[in-house]
Design a protein around this ligand. Structure first.
Ligand SMILES: Cc1cc2nc3c(=O)[nH]c(=O)nc-3n(C[C@H](O)[C@H](O)[C@H](O)COP(=O)(O)OP(=O)(O)OC[C@H]3O[C@@H](n4cnc5c(N)ncnc54)[C@H](O)[C@@H]3O)c2cc1C
Length: 450
């Protein structure tokens, strides 16, 4: 951004400071894309020219109007825990840190209304005070914001019962703002709200969200071990379907991942590990089902005693498993895949046998359209980008969906197709295409064709 534009922008923003300190610019322009060697290279040097930190919707409106007036790119950031450079500005401009809008507005009748920058841990704690809890949390819940989870995340702790944050009924509505001379603020409900789901913040500025809650529960955390990976898979599939056991988490790690991610004290070498959160009264049932697959409980703890700390097993699941491994091991990267419910066990076994130690199996069991299945966060021994692409292609050729975590382009990371709802929402709320330009290929192609 040239000095002239910066000055005019600053004048429009009034008392809202434009931060241009280079350390801050570098830090705020990054997320956890360093998990991917491909993204690390691709996003090198991409950063904002200035940061703003609004604390009210009125200030957000000022930023949206000023960026529109001066045609300056605007990138939104929650806590920056995304994995694909989601909050990295591709073409400079202003980065708006939404974490100052952090109020829990109200909680009533199993619903929480919050500002977009509220941290999930704070929402969850506020809900628990009233006998409720959030249905879904990413393993980064201590830092992650409501807006960042909805626009960048997928699911996590709770997905074994509630699926994804984008499933109908989990997020009931959002309040979102346009980029315009006079920004429009509108409430979107149900399907319209979901047009802003997982859009990487490129089709509207969300200022508030409404989450459906679930009654608070006394959760017990348990580590189990199994002599073989496939016995672990069959146990998870059976426990996932066991209707009498209330579940919040069901994670499976093939040998040697338990050793690599710091669970070596709990799980002996050569064994597969299962980490789960179940209602306390169900532990005997879990033990009984595990015995059918030659498994045993190795350790258990009360979730309430470790909630919000690194001691919780939650912080060894989802992408926290990858994080622990990356901290200790070089030449490692990961994959994100989805197995179809009617064939997940069979396909998992096929991939496991085909790749052996090169693609180490980390599975998160979850519900998809009401059925139990699993997604993979496989840990890969990285050699070259070409080999990584071959691994991805083999999965796709065999009916395993891959949400490629090695691209920063919205469509390439997810459904591999244009989402007409997302595109229409962008046309409505960001007609000038200023929200992190370069991220949404379908928009750029539409512009090029016009
Ligand atoms: C170790 C680790 C573990 C993880 N585990 C999980 C997991 O279990 N489940 C999961 O789903 N993800 C997981 N993630 C990814 C990430 O932590 C989550 O998606 C998290 O919810 C992102 O929240 P955030 O506030 O950090 O968002 P950010 O990273 O700041 O932003 C994410 C996206 O949302 C957009 N955005 C932010 N705020 C707004 C807003 N107000 N309006 C519009 N757009 C906005 C941003 O532009 C960006 O594109 C993990 C990541 C790491 C590094």
């Amino acid at each position: 951004m040239d000095q002239n534009t910066m000055q005019r922008l600053a004048a429009d923003l009034g008392d809202l400071e434009l931060i241009t300190d280079s350390t801050a610019l570098q830090r705020y322009s990054k997320d956890f894309s360093w998990f991917s060697p491909v993204l690390t290279e691709a996003l090198e040097g991409k950063r904002a020219d200035a940061i703003v930190r609004p604390t009210s919707e009125e200030q957000v409106r000022r930023v949206a109007a000023a960026c529109y007036r001066h045609r300056v790119p605007l990138t939104l950031r929650g806590s920056g825990t995304g994995n694909y450079g989601q909050c990295t500005p591709l073409r400079g401009g202003v980065l708006m840190d939404m974490s100052g809008l952090n109020k829990v507005l109200w909680i009533a009748d199993g619903v929480a209304r919050v500002q977009a920058g509220a941290r999930l841990v704070d929402i969850d704690n506020a809900a628990r005070e009233k006998g409720w809890e959030l249905r879904l949390l990413p393993s980064t819940y201590r830092l992650a914001t409501a807006g960042g989870f909805f626009c960048g995340g997928f699911g996590g702790i709770g997905s074994i019962t509630y699926g994804s944050i984008g499933d109908p009924g989990n997020v009931l509505g959002v309040r979102a703002m346009s980029l315009a001379e006079q920004p429009e603020v509108a409430e979107f409900r149900s399907a319209e709200a979901r047009d802003l789901y997982h859009a990487y913040g490129v089709n509207g500025v969300i200022t508030e969200l409404e989450f459906a809650l679930t009654p608070a529960m006394n959760w017990q955390e348990a580590v189990l071990s199994f002599p073989s990976f496939m016995e672990g898979v069959r146990f998870c599939q059976t426990l996932g379907r066991a209707t009498g056991v209330i579940k919040k988490l069901l994670t499976l790690l093939a040998d040697p991942l338990p050793q690599m991610c710091g669970l070596g004290k709990d799980v002996g070498e050569g064994r597969a590990a299962v980490l789960c959160l179940v209602n306390r009264a169900a532990l005997e049932a879990v033990e009984e089902i595990a015995a059918n697959f030659n498994g045993r409980i190795e350790r258990q703890q009360d979730n309430a005693e470790v909630y919000g700390t690194a001691k919780s097993l939650v912080e060894h699941t989802w992408n926290h498993t990858t994080l622990h491994i990356l901290r200790k091991h070089k030449d490692i990267t990961y994959l994100q895949s989805g197995f179809r419910p009617w064939e997940n066990v069979e396909k998992v076994e096929q991939m496991y046998r085909h790749f052996g130690d090169e693609v180490m199996m980390h599975l998160e069991f979850l519900k998809a359209d009401g059925a139990v299945t699993c997604s993979g966060l496989q840990v890969i021994r990285y050699t070259t980008e070409e080999r990584l692409n071959q691994i991805i292609q083999y999965h796709r050729d065999n009916g395993v969906h891959v949400s490629n975590p090695h691209t920063y382009i919205l469509e390439d990371g997810g459904k591999l197709s244009v989402d007409p709802g997302q595109l229409a929402m962008k046309q409505r709320l960001d007609p000038a295409g200023l929200l992190n330009p370069g991220k949404m290929r379908s928009w750029d192609e539409k512009g090029a064709a016009a």
